[in-house]
Design a protein around this ligand. Sequence first.
Ligand SMILES: Cc1ncc(COP(=O)(O)O)c(C=O)c1O
Length: 374
Amino acid sequence: MPERFSINELLLPWVGRIRPYPPGKPIEEVERELGRTAIKLASNENPLGPSPKALAALHQHLSKIHLYPDGNGYYLRRRLAEIHQLEMAQIILGAGSTDLIELVARTFLTAGDEGITSESSFYIYRLAIDEVGANLVQTPLRDETFDLAALAHAITPRTKVIYIGNPNNPTGTLATAEEMDRFLSAVPPRVLVVLDEAYYDYVPRPDYSRSLEYVRQGRNVLVLRTFSKVHGLAGLRIGYGLGHPELMGALNRMRSPFNASRLAQAAALAALDDREHVARSVESNRQEMKFVTQELALLGVRYTPSAANFVLIDTGRDCEEDFVRLLREGIIVRPMKLYGFPTRLRVTIGVRPDNARFLEALKRIMAVPAATSR
Ligand SMILES: Cc1ncc(COP(=O)(O)O)c(C=O)c1O
């Protein structure tokens, strides 16, 4: 018998402390357990589904999946460059934007360096910083949104990267272009600011984001966008980053060469030009957000006004318990304890029948006293 040994002996010291990302519960799993159909309002996906043009492109490319993808993503990057009026050298593709969030940390951070983000923001920012053994610095939210002044204040000579979600997940709150301008002018140019705009297309406000101007001005920013949300391609894993060619050169050294799959590139290229699907998705979200929040108000459930395709609600009770109660009704939402909100649930805005089913279920569970209310 070989001598028994623990793999932990090989583990990098900080890896042992990492808590893996808890994804939304898969709908298939819930349906299996319940023996009936469920709805998933947990991962901010597009309830209208993928762009039909993307589906057609996928069919066309299926017979080519024995071939590796173009590791440079030529056609997709070229189209993205045209649309954003940037050079191709300013664009990088990722297996979702999470891939790029982690790529930034792998490229720029190591033990002894600092990465800053906010508490109660997208969990992958802190995970990316933790994964490389760098120091995670988190500032509290202010008025439920990123406190940009606190972020700027937290910068030290060891700070290399700042991650900002705009709109923020899970609160759905926003920093305006003016606030971001002010923040960037307070950040030393040596610090890379990652502006994660995963929900860009949903934002209804004209004073939102001049991020592309920052890229054109050659500032030290990486703007992240994704095909997972409004384009409805979350299952394919494709997103992109926009920044200075030198930044892209650095990131490309560490990027896994085939991180954007053949099918993902083809579908994304088609989805980009399906403006009708984007417009329909945005409009559906606008109407349904209004419906859901009006009904929440009638129910007396507090919520944070959101600029994205989800809403953070506060039932005032233990969110894990309410999550399980809703699950039993076949509705998957996201409990927010891990994000520092022990009484809140994040709920993706769905289509009307799903939203109505969620609201009915919420009404029922709220009528039953909580086991452990806070
Ligand atoms: C702020 C934010 N950034 C990035 C992502 C992940 O996007 P992707 O699917 O492109 O990795 C999400 C998904 O929920 C998100 O909320």
